[in-house]
Design a binder for this molecule. Structure first.
Ligand code: ADP
Length: 251
């Protein structure tokens, strides 16, 4: 039987008159990949922002690992509950190498970043080795010394994923990781997500417009439309649901 890792109950989120999330229930089991789909403006990113402590919801509750979470800051959620995420718009540190971007993920404090610039210690050397192992795993080890923002779009996404993995998350939230990717890059992203899932002990929530990515990674999919959950289940069932076809695919 699967163990629940995260459970959001009856979550509402309003921005003035806009109801971004309307009493949404959302659950992630340990070692599960859940897909989150829906048309633009349906509330997907808002839900991810709520789960990662960026937005405080208007109503509802959240438990992670059986603990009641009082909507703390994203910092507490990432440290205490081991949540990591990537963003729809890539957010890499400009002017820094790929490796340094991953090291920042590992010890995301300015103090560490400063130390990184000053010199080497055994702690720095082992952090560097750990960063290189992640880059190897994600398939961009040969670009460790390149300036991250100079890389191709697909590789920048991989740096973001590497930086998130550097925090050893139990839950990885991916916000449109295939956005802007060509079909070849998207296919290799599917392989990467599957590898992360197979080799790391974690759960993944993936928001995606690219249905191939969702269908080939997630074992369960939730569909949002105008802040409401309109369907929920295995990818095949959800993709043939009349309401989903109407709302999401415009059929
Ligand atoms: P999606 O990720 O599915 O495209 P969003 O979660 O970004 O949808 O947005 C859902 C709704 O909430 C939209 O109507 C959007 O304009 C609104 N919204 C999201 N974030 C904010 C915000 N910070 N301020 C005001 N409105 C917001």
């Amino acid at each position: 039987m699967s163990t629940t890792l995260l459970k959001a109950t009856d979550v509402g989120c309003r921005f003035g008159g806009v109801i971004a999330l309307d009493r949404v229930d959302f659950e992630v089991a340990e070692n599960e990949i859940v897909g989150l789909i829906g048309p633009n403006g349906s509330g997907k990113t808002t839900l991810l922002n709520v789960l990662s402590g960026i937005y405080k919801p208007t109503s509802g509750s959240l438990t992670i690992g059986g603990n009641d979470v009082r909507w703390p800051s994203s910092r507490i959620l990432s440290k205490r509950y081991k949540l990591a995420r990537t963003f729809q718009n890539i957010r890499l540190a400009p002017g820094l190498t790929v490796r340094d971007n991953v090291l920042i993920g590992m010890h995301s404090t300015f103090h560490w970043y400063d130390a990184l610039r000053r010199g080497r210690s055994s702690r720095e050397a082992s952090a560097r080795q750990a960063a290189d192992e992640i880059l190897e795993f994600v398939g961009i080890a040969d670009k460790a010394d390149h300036i991250a923002t100079d890389l191709s779009y697909g590789d920048q996404r991989r740096v973001e994923i590497s930086r998130a993995l550097a925090t050893s998350p139990k839950l990885l939230l991916l916000d449109e990781p295939a956005a802007g990717m060509n079909p070849r890059e998207a296919a290799s992203l599917v392989t990467l997500i599957r590898q992360i899932h197979a080799q790391r002990d974690l759960s993944i929530v993936v928001i995606e417009h690219n249905m191939n990515v969702v269908m080939n990674t997630a074992s369960r999919v939730m569909v949002l439309d105008a802040g409401l959950c309109i369907a929920h289940g295995d990818p095949k069932t959800v993709s043939s649901d009349e309401q989903v076809l109407e709302a999401y695919l415009g059929k």
